[in-house]
Ligand binder design. Structure first.
Ligand code: ADP
Length: 468
């Protein structure tokens, strides 16, 4: 079996068909009972005639509810794979268009394709994007969404040959779905996909370990407990991260420690890295690369331990693990030069964005770093560390308001100087930053040793001119 497409001569290939979806139930781990429920659907596809002769109820739509990364898409693909039918998929967010009618016509096109290539499973991800309860405050586009939803309802209600196309939809917000969607004959079967238990996590890890070079003595129990709260997508990612580290360190086997390292990196992070766009990954990688490369220029900050674009607990950003992490300036022994260096390297993130994408295509991914620099600049001036505050005496202002104004103006001057210094660093190290960003895109984590190997090849850490 497997996906099969009957394609009429001269016709465009179907747009929503997913051809590399040969997934089987054995690829989905830790979902015992749930899998059995879906096996019924497979059975229906296989023995449809028998079901129809017996007058059994034809399954229409199945709703998989659960958090991102719990394996909903995988399950839907496995249903198609096991039944040997075609798999069509779309994310409902693609239905939501500003132009009236576009969403509805996409729904029609999707089902048209599925019908022409039946039997088929149609998978609709993020159903809530279009299936929100009507009349709920949901921002703009209400009318358009209604038209799309109505079209979807029509398609679900079926046509001749009902039973040839079965719709599986996924959502994390079953609570806000329009009640019309869950009526009998539509998504009348709801299946909750929970986060995996420790046993489930171990099974999932083992599925993904199948074709990886694992050491013989992997302590799956230890990894299972260290991954509390993680979903399948994160567990799959752990194995990828570990495998890449092993590869780059020239070792041959993934060990328990590799997996524990990867797990602690993930730190139970809940951000759904899987749904990030390629563009966001790229911007993040450049951002972190610029920060690390700039940090490497300064004695106070060149202890870069690890660079990663894997988000930490729910934050949608990566990080450079070094002293920078815990940098506090209030009552600290960090020198005046050190503070200027800190501002400079924080601003290097923005400078790199500007250099690589140009002024007009810059974004704000670096805004936290920019704010760090601003905060320190004010503090620097406020504590009387800038030349101007020394020469003119910041403390001789007429009023508090005037003082704030003066502090800001001086802070701005310092930030500008730091920024042009950051630009020089970034320009001199453009190749290194890009190489590092590429490596980050691939590996998600770059360790200290690999960073310095790259830095030695492409780095340009010349003496910097004094700042001010
Ligand atoms: P969802 O659709 O719920 O957001 P996906 O099915 O897209 O999640 O899961 C993303 C990836 O995570 C899958 O392709 C698979 O590699 C892995 N994964 C998730 N759940 C499981 C599971 N139960 N067993 C094996 N792998 C899983």
């Amino acid at each position: 079996s497997g996906a099969r497409v009957r394609r009429a001569k001269g016709k465009r290939p179907p747009k929503y068909l997913d051809l590399d979806a040969d997934v089987r139930f054995e690829d989905v781990a830790g979902l015992g009972e749930i899998r059995r429920e879906l096996e019924e659907i497979v059975d229906f596809f296989k023995y449809k005639e028998k079901y129809l002769r017996r007058g059994s109820k034809i399954p229409s739509g199945i709703l998989l509810c659960g958090e991102p990364g719990t394996g909903k898409t995988l399950l839907a693909k496995a249903v198609a794979g096991e039944a040997g039918v075609n798999f069509f998929s779309i994310s409902a967010s693609q239905f939501v268009e500003i132009y009236v009618g576009v969403g509805a016509s996409r729904v029609r096109a999707l089902y048209q394709e599925a019908k022409e290539n039946a039997p088929a499973v149609v998978f609709i991800d993020e159903l809530d994007a279009v299936g929100r309860q009507r009349g709920l405050i949901g921002g703009s586009g209400g009318q358009e969404r209604d038209a799309t939803l109505n079209q979807l309802l029509t398609c679900l209600d079926g046509f001749e040959g009902k039973g040839d196309v079965i719709t599986v939809a996924a959502t994390n917000r079953v609570d806000i779905l329009d009640s019309a969607l869950v009526r009998p004959g539509r998504f009348d079967r709801k299946i909750f996909i929970p986060k995996p238990s420790i046993r489930g996590r171990i099974e999932i890890l083992k599925v993904h370990a199948r074709n990886k070079p694992m050491a013989d003595d992997i302590d799956y129990d230890a990894i299972g407990s260290a991954t509390d709260g993680m979903v399948g997508a994160q567990l799959a990612n752990l194995l990828d991260v570990a495998a890449l580290n092993v590869l780059r360190e020239g070792r041959t086997e993934i060990t328990t420690d590799d997996l524990l390292d990867a797990a602690s990196l993930e730190e139970g992070g809940h951000a759904d890295a899987r749904t990030r766009s390629q563009e966001l990954w790229h911007k993040m990688a450049l951002n972190e690369a610029a920060l690390a490369v700039a940090a490497a220029n300064f004695p106070d900050f060149n202890d870069v331990q690890m660079i990663t674009i894997i988000p930490r607990s729910g934050e949608d950003k990566g990080s450079v693990r070094s002293k920078l992490d815990s940098m506090k300036f209030e009552i600290s022994t960090i020198s005046r030069q050190g503070m200027m260096d800190y501002m400079t390297l924080q601003l290097a993130t923005r400078a790199a964005d500007e250099l690589v994408f140009g002024r007009d295509q810059m974004c704000t991914i670096w805004s936290d770093h920019y704010n760090n620099a601003r905060r320190v600049a004010r503090y620097y001036v406020f504590c009387g560390l800038s030349e101007r505050s020394e020469v003119y005496g910041m403390f001789h202002c007429w009023s508090e308001l005037e003082r704030y104004y003066e502090v800001d103006r001086e802070a701005k001057r310092i930030l500008e100087a730091c920024y042009s210094r950051a630009q020089k660093i970034v320009e001199k190290n453009e190749v290194l930053i890009k190489e590092l960003a590429d490596l980050l895109m691939d590996a998600k984590v770059v360790k200290k040793e690999d960073f310095w190997i790259l830095a030695e090849q492409h780095g340009n850490f010349l003496e910097l001119p004094p700042l001010l």
